[in-house]
Unconditional design. Structure first.
Length: 390
């Protein structure tokens, strides 16, 4: 096991091997060669009992359509619900072996690493527990691999579940702002160092050679609390430096977001911290923007309060109106980039819930990751310096 100055376990988690009753017969190439790639699937899970049964059913369909043999590793990252029992039940009808690894809660980065470290196949698919992989996704990739000189990393095209509660659609607006050029017209493209910020990416569903993932995780190893570290931006920047990442609507999935206001607020707090870890120190401009985002809300609030206390109510209302208008301004580019109408409504309704937790998480991130602000690097070096879908 890799050791580091973080909460990496000294010993591996408890492992249980579960075997399903359905078998998959891999198809051999016509020439009789049996070198069809095998696949390890790593599913990090925390309190995922409501989602895992359907996640594994969708994965089984994709595996059977591709007619490949797989190794599935579910890492139970200290769940307090019946995630482990759910995996045991689901594994009974799964087309292949399922390994259940149980460990104390250490965050998604280390949960993913635990699975990657155990992967025995040449290729590994990282799959989040809330994701429904399309039935043809693996067939699409393995057909491409058949003519490839060497396997390449693949980033999934991920859609938001259309029947998700309104609160779960909030993040669609930021996504359509940052990556509108791709989302206006989803098409196959390569994500490189130069195009890294041009398309949505993440480890929500990500396939790559196992050795590449291991190297990327080692290069991105956290020096502090891994749960407060962005679990994919640093890893993906490192990979994109050396290996173009393919994003393709043919390799796609559906993401089921959080469904409660409390869960959304808690996630917003964490996202604020991870946002800092993702971008602090990558460029001077980004570092400056992060500082401004932390300073402007309290300055604006104090200014409005001061105007009201001094009897300048009209000025306070005018300033408050400007602040609200600026906060809603992202709706315009998101709409231009074809963000769904329900997602625009979600942003409008839940922006008041989002602001304070995200700002608090941002401030925490600046404190926790303050050293990154002093390690500014040029864009040519940013790949090694710095991560749900919504």
């Amino acid at each position: 096991m890799l050791s580091a100055a973080t909460s990496q376990p000294d010993s591996p988690g408890d492992r249980v091997l579960l075997r399903g009753t359905r078998g998959v017969k891999p198809v051999s190439p016509a020439d009789g060669d049996d070198n069809r790639p095998a696949l390890s699937v790593v599913i990090p899970s925390f309190n995922s009992a409501p989602w895992l049964p359907s996640t594994l059913v969708a994965l089984a369909s994709a595996i059977e359509a591709a007619r490949i043999a797989v190794q599935v590793i579910v890492v139970d990252d200290g769940s307090t619900d019946d995630t482990a029992d759910t995996v045991r039940r689901a594994a009974m009808s799964f087309p292949g072996a399922v390994e259940l690894v149980q460990q104390p809660n250490r965050g998604r980065f280390l949960a993913r690493w635990e699975g990657i470290d155990r992967a025995s196949a040449e290729l590994t698919l990282l799959l989040d527990s809330r994701v429904l992989i399309d039935s043809t996704a693996l067939s699409h990739v393995f057909n491409d691999l058949g003519g490839a000189v060497a396997p390449r990393p693949w980033n999934a095209h991920v859609r938001m579940a259309p029947d998700a509660p309104l609160v779960g659609l909030f993040w669609d607006v930021p996504t359509h702002i940052f990556w509108g050029g791709y989302l206006r017209d989803p098409r196959p493209m390569d994500i490189t160092k130069e195009t890294f910020d041009s398309a949505p990416k993440g480890t929500t569903m990500f396939l790559a050679p196992t050795r590449v993932l291991r190297d990327a995780f080692r290069a991105s190893w956290p020096s502090g609390d891994a749960s407060l570290m962005s679990d994919d931006t640093t890893v993906l920047r490192w990979i994109a430096e050396a290996h173009p990442i393919r994003i393709d609507p043919g390799f796609s999935a559906t993401y089921r977001p959080r469904t409660t206001v409390r869960g959304f607020a808690s996630h917003s707090f964490l996202r604020g911290t991870l946002f800092v870890d993702s971008y602090a120190g990558t460029t001077l401009a980004r570092s400056a923007v992060l500082i401004l985002l932390a300073l402007l809300p309290p300055v604006a609030a104090l200014t409005v309060a001061a105007l009201a206390i001094l009897g300048r109510g009209a000025g306070a209302l005018w300033l408050l109106g400007i602040i609200v208008a600026l906060a809603l301004l992202p709706l315009v580019p998101a709409a231009v980039n074809r963000c769904p109408k329900r997602s625009l409504l979600a942003y409008t309704c839940y922006l008041p819930v989002f602001v304070v937790p995200f700002w608090a998480g941002l401030v925490r991130g600046i404190v926790v990751h303050r050293a990154k602000f002093t390690r500014h690097v040029s864009s040519s070096e940013s790949g090694g310096s710095e991560q749900e879908t919504a």
